[in-house]
Write a protein that binds this ligand. Sequence first.
Ligand SMILES: Nc1nc2c(c(=O)[nH]1)N[C@H]1C(S)=C(S)[C@@H](COP(=O)(O)OP(=O)(O)OC[C@H]3O[C@@H](n4cnc5c(=O)[nH]c(N)nc54)[C@H](O)[C@@H]3O)O[C@H]1N2
Ligand SMILES: Nc1nc2c(c(=O)[nH]1)N[C@H]1C(S)=C(S)[C@@H](COP(=O)(O)OP(=O)(O)OC[C@H]3O[C@@H](n4cnc5c(=O)[nH]c(N)nc54)[C@H](O)[C@@H]3O)O[C@H]1N2
Ligand SMILES: [Mo]
Length: 679
Amino acid sequence: MVSVRGDDADPFSKGYICPKGTALADLHHDPDRLRSPMRRDGDTWTPMGWDEALDYVAKRLREIRARHGKHAIGVYQGNPSAHNLGLLTYGQLLLRTLGTRNMFSATSLDQLPHMLAALTMFGNQLLMPVPDVDRTDLFICLGANPLASNGSLMTAPDIRSRLKAIRDRGGKVIVLDPRRTETAEKADRHLFIRPGTDAVLLLAMIHELFAQKQVRLGRLSATGLDELRTLVEPWTPERASSLTGVSCEDIRELAMALATTERAVLYGRVGVCVQEFGGLAAWLCYTINAITRHLDEPGGLMFTTPAVDPIPLAPLLGLEGGFGRWKSRVSGKPEFGGELPMTALAEEITTPGDGQIRALITSAGNPILSAPGGPALEQAFQQLDFMVSIDPYLNETTRLAHVILPPTSPLERAHYDAALNAFAVRNIAKYSPPLFERGSDERHDWEICLGLFTRLNLRVGSGLAERLLGVLGPEAVIEIALRTGPHGLRKGLAGLSLRKLRKAPHGLDLGALESRLPARLGHADKKVHLAPSIYVDDVPRLARRFAQPDAGLVMIGRRHLRSNNSWMHNSERLVKGPPRCTVMIHPDDAATRGLVDGATARVASEKGAIDLPVEVTDTMMPGVVSVPHGWGHGRRGVKLRVASTVPGASVNDVIDSSRIDELSGTSALSGQPVEVTRT
Ligand SMILES: Nc1nc2c(c(=O)[nH]1)N[C@H]1C(S)=C(S)[C@@H](COP(=O)(O)OP(=O)(O)OC[C@H]3O[C@@H](n4cnc5c(=O)[nH]c(N)nc54)[C@H](O)[C@@H]3O)O[C@H]1N2
Ligand SMILES: Nc1nc2c(c(=O)[nH]1)N[C@H]1C(S)=C(S)[C@@H](COP(=O)(O)OP(=O)(O)OC[C@H]3O[C@@H](n4cnc5c(=O)[nH]c(N)nc54)[C@H](O)[C@@H]3O)O[C@H]1N2
Ligand SMILES: [Mo]
């Protein structure tokens, strides 16, 4: 592999490529990337053969299951699971059929509130609408920084140009964020908002819409409008202004702009989710679009028509939706989509009793750095009888495993972006064959998962079915989904198949997003539910929490174009340049603490402290500091040659894992109260 560049003939990316895409070459050649299974004995790692490793892992898991029951096996699935066809298909087959209630994933550190709103409002947890960014004339961006993240639940290559195009056609981009971000710098307006107060802002905007008689559903058929009107009554712009830091005038203007712009959208992302009122905020983001005629309309929030439709597939993979069907054993946290919130993982391992986790499988995740309360998780993992990690690296998490099963590199496997295509701003389809054959001594993620599935004797059908699965591979799932999907057989000869996609290596554009309601709704009444009771019941908690404005110093996160959560820091081209793991602080807050640019400061909470270089900058809202996550590579035993030279510190050592949105169980990563002092 010499270099990686964008494909100008790709109708969707038009040749745009992110720096992390270019770095795939580094990943492929990285001498630290594990090439064979590894087994740990104390501090020493020894390579193993594949059959030996899979047999051993399956034996240990079978023993623990036989002795302590199926819930004794815990599972953590990390973010790359969504970007890996093998893990999306065969990974789910293995992990979801274990039958354990102790399933965990990055969902509860991320988009859970959006999924909960999709489930309760639209009747399916995967029915998350995306902003029709290419046709909108007003893009209000709340708690997202697409210029760094490249758009999330809004797959949109080269988002910079797409946002610029809004302004070029006379439209507006408005960003509300506690930091004047890269996206805010390119917007028409940026407004600071106090972390965790988005629900308050949105209630007040909806209050204003009712007050100005600007609530219009258009052709949407919906329930709950009267409840909504009553609910927002006490949330005046005046009340919201002192809590959010956004002026009354701006709150009113935002509401009116949304109501009076024909093609407009309010988009909220991870900043609205990972906070104490993430559930309420994500629901209100969808609701405000619905009541201003921007849901399911061009230029608004729209539902996609993906060639591989995850909605009929999900139940087959054990991903049927649901909320609160059971509670976690120790602290009674609600289940969502068959999973428990990450905040319950450590205690489920360390608290004795029936159903205690004794063995853990991590797949494509690095929770020691990426989940709040990293040190507590580390202690918990050390108490496990057995831990296995499906992961290409010996990193902060996998070093605690007894066995690591490393998959092939991304260039050695086929790809169809089944997850992200379903949230793309145009309907698209693209299949990428592997660039290199895998070596005979390597295994794909799906082969690892199938190998364990078979050895754990979790038969879906007969042994024959398992052999068949081995011959088919994940591409067969894509083939079936393409043909049965909305662009497949029902389009006759023009219908998509894998053969067609192989003949179109640059990918296919299937057109702009189209209106999908009411047909797409999962509710039996085929209506949008604007005011599900879980949200109505949660508003009093908001009122109690914000009886007075909140004054102390709080911390938020940030993403960088050349980082990807915790795991791409082993590429030199991605980590070069000035240190990025810094604490950003407003000049006034720095002055009162005697902090100067470039000095070292201690960022501390009741849970822990880390030392970081200070960046004094007026891009921060007063009263708010920002520290990125995914750093802290200096831990003993990691094998990350490059990352270890730029270790940084882990903000999740400071974030209290018990801070959650009590409604949804999502971790409140944002808004952690902190002290920042000179060291
Ligand atoms: N404080 C704070 N914490 C956060 C966030 C935040 O904003 N602030 N963001 C949260 C969010 S949104 C997320 S999604 C999580 C992410 O947290 P995780 O889901 O735990 O993901 P990563 O930390 O990126 O770790 C990914 C792991 O997958 C491995 N990996 C990479 N590719 C593959 C592959 O193809 N196959 C396999 N088997 N393994 C692979 C990598 O080596 C690495 O160990 O972090 C969350 N944590
Ligand atoms: N380069 C890069 N790209 C990535 C990732 C990465 O690590 N690096 N991670 C990927 C993943 S896993 C995800 S989930 C997506 C996330 O994609 P985005 O949602 O765009 O994520 P962020 O860039 O973290 O933007 C969140 C913004 O919310 C702001 N914020 C924090 N707290 C609050 C609050 O209480 N209210 C409001 N209104 N704003 C707040 C932050 O200042 C930040 O600018 O990005 C993906 N893309
Ligand atoms: Mo994420």
